[in-house]
Design a protein around this ligand. Structure first.
Ligand SMILES: [Fe+2]
Length: 210
């Protein structure tokens, strides 16, 4: 596989990811309780549309078409975001679940653009690298803004928790939640043999220190 094909793969992955987000972000914005978080996500939706256009422009420089690869990673991250929206949480807690999901989206994109930019630079595609870098800067700024937005939400969530102190009845788990719980146990079991040696040496180190 030529290096140019590696770059095209990365860019097509990003193109699919951004298009998936154009579809998903309006639902995320709708699910926010906090007005400033809502407007932040709406604002990033507009940025995302611009990012799709920038990627098209970058493909134009390379004389290639932008489609050809569906981004499974973003599909998974968006699915997790949908789980956050469906969670039985309210108020600031729900908004914090949304911050967690959207921050994952931004970091996923940051990784993709970082790799694609270094490939474009290695191939001396400076126009392409510059366009990708504009998208990267927006993703980094969006991630920073989301972290800032979470600060007042954390305070609010803490006071809401105090108010809900007596409300300890739990709703039964949905089929999806039960499946997720089962799969997380399987993850742990499958990783366990790999961790055995590590856990034993950590325990030995700790007992030595005592
Ligand atoms: Fe993006």
């Amino acid at each position: 596989m030529a290096l140019m094909d590696v770059l095209l793969d990365e860019m097509r992955d990003l193109y699919s990811a951004e298009n998936q987000l154009v579809k998903a972000l309006p639902k995320v914005a709708k699910g926010c309780n906090d007005d400033s978080l809502k407007s932040q996500i709406k604002n990033h939706l507009e940025e995302t549309k611009g990012q799709v256009l920038r990627l098209r422009e970058a493909f134009g420089h390379l004389g290639k078409k932008p489609t050809g690869q569906h981004c499974n990673g973003m599909e998974g991250v968006i699915e997790e975001g949908q789980d956050a929206l469906e969670k039985d949480e309210e108020g600031a807690n729900k908004d914090l679940c949304i911050v967690g999901a959207t921050l994952r989206v931004e970091h996923y994109e940051v990784a993709g653009y970082t790799v694609a930019i270094s490939l474009a630079k290695a191939l001396k595609q400076t126009d392409v690298a510059a366009l990708l870098n504009e998208n990267l800067k927006e993703e980094l700024a969006a991630a920073k803004a989301l972290q800032a937005a979470s600060k007042p939400l954390l305070k609010q969530a803490a006071s809401e928790d105090d108010a809900d102190e007596n409300e300890d009845e739990k709703k039964p788990k949905s089929a999806k939640e039960k499946q997720s719980e089962q799969e997380s146990q399987e993850d742990e079991e499958e990783a366990a043999p790999e961790l055995q040696g590590k856990a034993a040496s950590k325990a030995a180190k700790t007992s030595k220190r005592k």
